[in-house]
Design a protein around this ligand. Structure first.
Ligand SMILES: O=P(O)(O)O[C@@H]1C[C@H](O)[C@@H](CO)O1
Ligand SMILES: O=c1cc[nH]c(=O)[nH]1
Length: 342
């Protein structure tokens, strides 16, 4: 069901504040889906209770053979990103930041051969592959896993890469909302209508609002502003279902539009507040908020799309860029760990 209240406008204080104030049926439903009073995740699927045990197939874990509560009950942060290497590097990085041991780092999901997941103290670091389907399978299984583990109030981060719009390569963008990229509505309505994740379920397209938690974003932005080596922006994100034509590139194997069409589209995005383009933000915002979870999408730009389509920076430059979202999210986790968990 689509939301019929005013909460699709940007700049909400937080999902929790919104849920408790909103009278819309859609929000009431989501409020029920949201976490239990003790902060553990409530799974709003009555069919799960009839399973003898639950197989988290893509994680290579299940509720019969794995003691998920012992393994993951203390998880407070879930950090996700596209590649296995980045998320292994992040596990090592966060171990150093929190001064926790990282010897014998093991891929906990190695039995599935799909993803790579590492755990350092209260932090899970896991890769999600490319695009919405790969990311949402991982995300949904992690949500179930942490619900079974009785983890309390976990916060989710995506540590990603993207193309920037009118900002220098190497900038960090914290997404305030995510756009699905179907800009068929009239200009005035664009802000509201396209900030949603379109999810086909049994022949019908469902629209889930795709907004991130404003307060979490502001906290991250404050911490990022202490960094002098790069700039960090809060802004809209377009999540495309393709890297080439889906992101208005001219360098794919097919191209059915002109350079002028591309520039006009990118400028239209800029006009409505989009700062970057990646491939997961809509679903990440929608499914985390549906589960009542705080989440932020923190991505580094590999290029300014107004200047081109190809990622031409050297491997060492790209590696340096990829550390920037780690620094921002690492600062948040470290502050939280020092003040609330230690
Ligand atoms: O986290 P990553 O670097 O995978 O994010 C972006 C969006 C796509 O998954 C991918 C395309 O190159 O990069
Ligand atoms: O332009 C880019 C760069 C990285 N990832 C994307 O999805 N787009």
């Amino acid at each position: 069901m689509d939301c019929d209240c005013d909460f699709l406008l940007p700049c909400r204080e937080s999902w929790e504040a919104h849920y408790s104030n909103c009278s819309s049926i859609w929000c009431k439903e989501n409020n029920e889906t949201a976490k239990n009073k003790d902060g553990t995740i409530r799974l709003k699927n009555k069919h799960l209770s009839s399973l003898e045990y639950d197989v988290l197939y893509h994680l290579g874990l299940d509720t019969k053979n794995n003691d998920l509560q012992t393994m993951f009950g203390d998880v407070k942060f879930v950090c996700m990103g596209g590649t296995k290497k980045r998320m292994k590097d992040f596990a090592v990085y966060i171990a150093n930041v929190l001064q926790l041991p990282n010897e014998g780092l093991v891929n906990i999901t190695k039995n599935s051969h799909r993803y790579a997941m590492y755990k350092i103290g209260p932090v899970l670091s896991v890769n999600h592959g490319i695009g919405v389907p790969s990311m949402t399978i991982l995300l949904q299984e992690v949500i179930k896993m942490l619900s079974y583990a009785k983890a309390k109030d976990p916060i989710f981060f995506r540590i990603g890469t993207c193309g920037g719009l009118k900002i220098p390569a190497g900038s960090v963008v914290i997404s305030s909302w995510a756009l699905n990229g179907i800009l068929e509505k009239s200009y005035n309505l664009i802000h509201i209508e396209v900030k949603s994740f379109l999810q086909p379920i049994m022949g019908k397209v469902h629209k889930l609002p795709s907004f991130f938690d404003k307060r979490l974003n502001q906290e991250l932005h404050f911490l990022a502003s202490e960094e002098t080596g790069f700039e960090t922006f809060i802004g809209g994100t377009m999540a495309a279902d393709d890297y080439y034509q889906g992101q208005a590139r001219l360098d794919g194997p097919f191209c059915d539009y002109s350079e002028a069409d591309k520039m006009s589209f990118l400028n239209q995005l800029i006009d409505i507040g989009v700062r970057n383009i990646e491939m997961e933000a809509t679903a990440f915002a929608a499914l985390t908020s549906k589960a009542g979870l705080r989440a932020a999408d923190v991505c580094v730009t590999f290029l300014d799309r107004l200047n081109g389509d190809q990622v031409t920076s050297s491997n060492s430059k790209l590696a340096e860029f990829q550390e920037r979202p780690m620094v921002v999210v690492g600062k948040y986790i470290s502050r939280y760990y020092e003040t609330k968990l230690k």
